[in-house]
Design a protein around this ligand. Structure first.
Ligand SMILES: Nc1ncnc2c1ncn2[C@@H]1O[C@H](COP(=O)(O)OP(=O)(O)OP(=O)(O)O)[C@@H](O)[C@H]1O
Length: 289
């Protein structure tokens, strides 16, 4: 039995119905490295415009899942769909995905404008259109006026904005972010979280965000997939993850849990939790199923 002492009955509406075609869908996806299973039969549906966070401790398989969606890794079992199309065998460059990495991964010898333009050039888009879209993307991340600088002439936060502009400029079907703010100091991290969330809402771009920071996950996400040891343990809205953890792992990883071991006793409609071996010690309890 798992409970939080602050449990309440408030409930978050269920996610969009199955009738809407998911922006991203994983059907039983498994990835092994040698004998070890990095991702075990992941089932996940992400709705259009949804901000989905993969949350879990180091090594739980978050980046592996992200790389499978991106096409940088191939699945051993299962299928991956993007906007309803099967992409399990589709190479990364044909999946129309924007990616932001933890270390920005900008081209150091190129200007900000050229970094942002890169994905458009490789798609053969004409020069005038490229210039227009680069300006638009830089304005979106508040970097108008920085077009001619090199990455080394920018702060960490500014470099991460360039990486975001570069990912968004191609109008991706899905935006993937792998711990994008972990190299930034705490204050900057907070403001970048707010800004990313604003941009994501404004564009309505479906987003998969990887973090091991539960505060970041709870504040930014529409839904969170909590992972541990290669398995998705719970997929739910932040409030539900926090108040109704599906198992002991989720309860201990998210929020400040008080885990109580005991028996539930029901008498005339009242439920109490009774500690094992000492029936005199009990606390009132609420059961959420
Ligand atoms: N290329 C690889 N070869 C062998 N094992 C790998 C490889 N990539 C990942 N793994 C293993 O798969 C498991 C999941 O790794 P993954 O990088 O997905 O975790 P993560 O949750 O993203 O961790 P972190 O938060 O530290 O980035 C780990 O045990 C890791 O050691």
């Amino acid at each position: 039995m798992l409970m939080r002492t602050d449990q309440m009955t408030a409930s978050t509406p269920a996610p969009a119905s199955d009738k809407i075609r998911p922006a991203v869908q994983l059907d039983g996806v498994t990835k092994r490295f040698g004998d070890s299973v990095a991702l075990h039969e992941a089932w996940l549906k992400i709705q259009p415009s949804e901000f989905m966070t993969l949350l879990g401790p180091s090594g739980c398989g978050k980046t592996t899942l992200l790389n499978l969606v991106a096409g940088f890794l191939g699945a051993d079992n299962g299928e991956i769909f993007i906007e309803g199309a099967l992409v399990t065998e589709t190479p990364a460059h044909m999946r129309e995905i924007g990616i932001v990495f933890q270390n920005y991964a900008l081209f150091p010898h190129m200007s900000v404008a050229h970094n942002v333009a890169y994905g458009l050039k490789t798609r053969g888009i004409e020069k005038k259109e490229i210039a227009r879209r680069v300006d638009e993307a830089l304005a979106l991340v508040k970097l108008t006026g920085f077009a001619d600088r090199k990455p080394r002439q920018l702060s960490g936060g500014q470099q991460q904005r360039v990486a975001l502009a570069r990912a968004l400029v191609i109008k991706p079907k899905v935006l993937l972010l792998d711990e994008p703010f972990s190299a930034l100091d705490k204050n900057l991290r907070g403001s970048m979280q707010v800004e990313l969330k604003q941009i994501q809402r404004e564009l309505g771009v479906t987003t998969i965000f990887v973090t091991h920071d539960q505060g970041e996950a709870l504040s930014m996400s529409d839904r969170i997939a909590v992972m541990s040891a290669g398995r998705i343990r719970q997929i739910a809205a932040p409030d539900d993850i926090y108040r109704r953890p599906a198992d002991r792992f989720v309860a201990s990883f998210v929020g400040d849990a008080n885990l109580l071991n005991g028996r539930l006793v029901e008498r005339r409609g009242d439920v109490a939790m009774v500690s094992i071996g000492d029936v005199r010690a009990s606390v009132p309890a609420a059961v959420h199923c």
